[in-house]
Design a protein around this ligand. Structure first.
Ligand SMILES: *[C@@H]1O[C@H](CO)[C@@H](O)[C@H](O)[C@H]1NC(C)=O
Ligand SMILES: *[C@@H]1O[C@H](CO)[C@@H](O)[C@H](O)[C@H]1NC(C)=O
Ligand SMILES: *[C@@H]1O[C@H](CO)[C@@H](O)[C@H](O)[C@H]1NC(C)=O
Ligand SMILES: *[C@@H]1O[C@H](CO)[C@@H](O)[C@H](O)[C@H]1NC(C)=O
Length: 793
């Protein structure tokens, strides 16, 4: 899917003028030689735009969902009528509406139509499932329709005056803007009109009406003005300004074949050839665009030409005013969603002396030299490279790199910045981290000695190189693993650079080892997509020598899983969905479950959480994770017990349930020794291998084994579930995830697992509140439909 992104950076001042303003963040380009492709992106504000997602808001106009079998488009039609009430606004359902394969939600996109012309930024998006509108957004223009300027069925008319007119040349100068040269940030159209009105006065004699602003049907000057602005070639821009007529006369214009029958709402479209710097003919269409009114509180409609312009490094969709002075009103560069650029694999692969993946802690195995075995899909540039532009250490005047990539020889990469943080403060860029040198060999000693308690901290600091390298290694592998199960750029994962694959950038995990802000714990802060996650790992003073949480993979995985569950639940930009009560508890529980799943192997055993760091066999929870009810008796009803108000206690009940459910799937589907799916082919396709099941062409990839399938269902369910889910909702989301992925093949096994711990369909909570109140009743039955089936299996 293409995600159109237009940053609107319009600032209204006292005088009502609107200025383009400078990108205020320190620019990594200020003193560096690095160039990125030129790109434009801006547009007007829409103060009236809304997004509603609660049934109460959706139904205020009396809209009630129809029967669930109704076509989602039909539901959308009824809903739009309801929202618009008696307003005489027309609209059309856009062709790019689709039903999401994973969630089954149909995303219906609607475009407003006025006087037979589209309002380019009059949009509604309506999310429909089972006849129900789940949420919708609306930016329809809601003022009176303007008087139609002319029949929209216009044929292209050449302006006879134009050849003789010399001010045309001047006015097609590129748009001037303030910016740092290659990342362009523009204000609204007013910037342009100020400048051009000046030119108008100087160069255009009043007696020569060169261009009639009443004749907006010749779009060539508008297009040329845009090209002069958009081209990265400043010589070409200057030449267009100096000799516009030459370029104008070369542009060919043809209507596309589908002339609108009169009275229809289809717009007339043209294609323009010989457009300077365009690599394909430009599509042009007359439309309306909303512009902020003088007061800044609503919008007016403005007649524009909408162009789709394909250039070498850009693919623009732009609205340019149809009349003089051809202000550029909005621009979106589709090229930010270009196909995955394939960086070459780093010429030197790093090595780390670490407790390898699967060894949970220093008591479970020995360290060994392990390669930078990054997943080429998840981390195409390896673990130690990111573009200079995304590298926060290049802010200010520290640029030393001459190329696009900034390659580090330290624990500094696209997915994670790992460093000591003995001070326990928020700075991290200048904190110490090990340097593996040119060969990127992170091979350090780990021989902590028993000391007095007073010296234990200093002793731990001596192996900071080891522990930061381990933290870097584990965090990268977790990034790559979760990526392969669907925690990717668009769903809000943590990366500085997103390889053109969507989502918000500049949000790698800041991973602090031996963080000085505490002992015997760890934490993870998840702001919305586009801001760095921050993980704090602590020393544990539970033994001498101190134990270092960074070396216990389960703790690191638990923390990183907060990032996963928070970004996936309620969407990447909403970090407030797992705050407290059952949902907050599950936020902890997923981490324990994932840590336990990752460390487990083919031979079943019970596992404790954090046992090594806590120096306690049973770990940091009330019970160890076990199938055996005499070892771990947690059930749904356990949540009613005193001491189960806190998120960690609630979480271990959830983790135990998932552990039991997971074993049901393993019983049915067997066990995969490796949770990592096979590496992609060079063309990006994923081999089925022994990892996925062979499914019909076009069906989603379904992990073949019980443990990998469970991991997939857990991740998919996080995407499906509501913000602030309850245990029941999260359970139902897992069952729905299976329905979507496999057609519900595991319906009975999943219910069986949940029912074993009191979460069967007959479980209930009475007097429910989101923070855990109410009286719970365990439900140990399975759905009727499963009883025979389970007897036979
Ligand atoms: C502008 O164009 C004229 C004629 O088209 C040409 O003679 C002149 O050199 C050009 N000036 C610049 C600065 O390109
Ligand atoms: C830096 O990293 C990029 C991306 O992985 C790679 O293409 C490039 O070859 C690396 N350069 C050096 C000097 O290691
Ligand atoms: C960490 O490693 C560097 C070499 O990369 C070494 O100079 C330094 O002494 C080591 N630090 C400690 C505390 O061992
Ligand atoms: C599982 O147990 C068998 C038999 O005790 C043993 O040979 C094998 O190495 C074990 N596998 C793992 C992954 O621990």
């Amino acid at each position: 899917m293409r995600c159109l992104f237009a940053a609107s950076l319009v600032v209204a001042t006292l005088a009502g003028h609107v200025y383009g303003h400078r990108h205020t963040a320190p620019s990594p380009y200020d003193d560096g030689p690095v160039k990125r492709r030129k790109t434009l992106g801006f547009g007007p504000d829409h103060p009236h735009a809304v997004f509603y997602s609660s049934p109460y808001q959706i139904q205020t106009n009396g809209f009630t969902p129809s029967d669930s079998s109704m076509c989602p488009i039909e539901v959308a039609h009824l809903f739009i009528k309801d929202v618009l009430q008696k307003k005489a606004t027309h609209y059309k359902i856009r062709k790019d509406s689709y039903t999401d394969k994973n969630t089954g939600v149909t995303h219906v996109y609607v475009r407003q139509v006025v006087n037979g012309l589209e309002v380019a930024d009059g949009d509604m998006n309506i999310n429909v499932k089972d006849g129900v509108v789940l949420s919708y957004g609306n930016s329809f223009y809601n003022g009176p329709a303007p008087v139609p300027f002319t029949n929209p069925d216009v044929a292209f008319v050449r302006n006879p005056h134009r050849e003789a007119c010399d001010f045309v040349a001047t006015m097609l100068k590129p748009q001037e803007f303030q910016g740092n040269g290659d990342q362009v940030v523009l204000g609204s159209e007013h910037v342009i009109s100020d400048e051009l009105s000046h030119i108008h006065n100087t160069h255009c004699g009043s007696e020569v009406p060169c261009v009639s602003s009443e004749d907006p049907t010749d779009f060539r000057p508008a297009l040329l003005k845009f090209m002069a602005t958009a081209t990265p070639d400043s010589k070409l821009a200057a030449d267009i300004a100096n000799d516009s007529e030459k370029y104008l006369s070369k542009i060919t214009v043809e209507p596309t074949s589908h002339f609108a029958p009169s009275g229809s709402e289809a717009a007339v479209e043209f294609v323009a050839g010989n457009v300077p710097d365009a690599i394909n003919p430009v599509k042009a269409r007359l439309a309306y665009n909303q512009v902020l009114n003088a007061k800044g509180d609503s919008t007016d409609l403005h007649l524009v030409w909408k162009f789709e312009v394909e250039m070498q490094d850009n693919w623009y969709e732009t609205s340019v005013s149809a009349s003089y002075p051809y202000n550029i009103i909005s621009v979106v560069d589709w090229a930010s969603d270009s196909p995955i650029p394939k960086p070459a694999p780093p010429p030197i692969s790093a090595t780390y002396n670490v407790f390898a993946w699967g060894i949970n802690d220093p008591e479970r195995g020995e360290r060994s030299i392990t390669k930078e075995n990054f997943d080429t899909l998840a981390s195409p540039a390896g673990w130690h490279a990111m573009p200079v532009a995304n590298d926060p250490s290049f802010r200010g005047s520290r640029s030393t790199s001459k190329g696009f990539w900034s390659n580090s020889t330290t624990t500094w990469g696209n997915n994670v910045f790992a460093q000591e943080n003995w001070e326990g403060m928020n700075s991290f860029i200048d904190n110490y981290r090990p340097d593996g040198g040119k060969s990127k060999a992170f091979n350090y000693a780990y021989h902590p000695k028993i000391t007095d308690k007073a010296d234990a901290l200093e002793e731990a600091k001596k192996y900071i190189n080891t522990t930061v390298a381990q933290l870097f290694y584990t965090t990268n592998l977790v990034h790559d693993l979760y990526y392969r199960y669907g925690f990717d750029e668009v769903s809000g994962n943590f990366q500085q650079y997103n390889f053109g694959r969507g989502g918000e950038e500049n949000d790698a995990v800041i991973a602090n080892a031996q963080d000085g802000s505490g002992y015997n714990n760890a934490n993870f802060m998840t702001p919305p997509d586009g801001q760095n996650g921050r993980m704090r790992m602590y020393l544990w003073n539970t033994a001498l020598p101190y134990r270092d949480g960074d070396l216990e993979a389960g703790i690191v995985i638990h923390e990183l899983s907060h990032g996963l569950s928070t970004r996936l639940t309620g969407g990447p930009a909403n970090s407030g969905c797992l705050g407290w009560g059952e949902s907050g508890g599950m936020g902890e529980g997923w981490g324990d479950f994932l840590a336990t799943t990752i460390r487990s192997n083919k031979n079943y055993s019970d596992y404790a959480m954090g046992a090594w760091a806590a120096n306690r066999e049973s770990g940091i929870r009330n019970y160890i994770y076990s199938l055996d009810e005499s070892v771990n008796p947690s059930t749904y009803k356990t949540l009613d017990k005193p001491g189960y108000w806190g998120v960690h206690a609630i979480g271990e009940v959830w983790a135990e349930m998932l552990w039991v459910v997971s074993q049901e799937l393993i019983k049915k589907h067997g066990y995969s020794d490796d949770l990592f799916p096979p590496a992609p082919h060079t063309d990006g396709t994923i081999p089925i291998g022994d990892f996925y099941r062979v499914t019909e062409f076009g069906r989603p990839l379904v992990p073949k084994h019980g443990n990998s399938l469970m991991l997939q269902l857990v991740v998919n369910a996080m995407k499906l579930q509501a913000c602030r889910p309850t245990f029941f909702q999260a359970r139902d989301a897992i069952i729905q995830a299976d329905q979507i992925l496999t057609g519900g093949e595991n319906f009975c096994e999943l219910w069986q697992g949940f029912a074993k711990r009191g979460m069967g369909p007959d479980a209930k909570v009475e007097g429910q509140t989101p923070w855990g109140g109410g009286i719970r009743t365990n439900g140990f039955t399975v759905p009727m439909a499963c009883r025979d089936y389970l007897d036979k299996h």
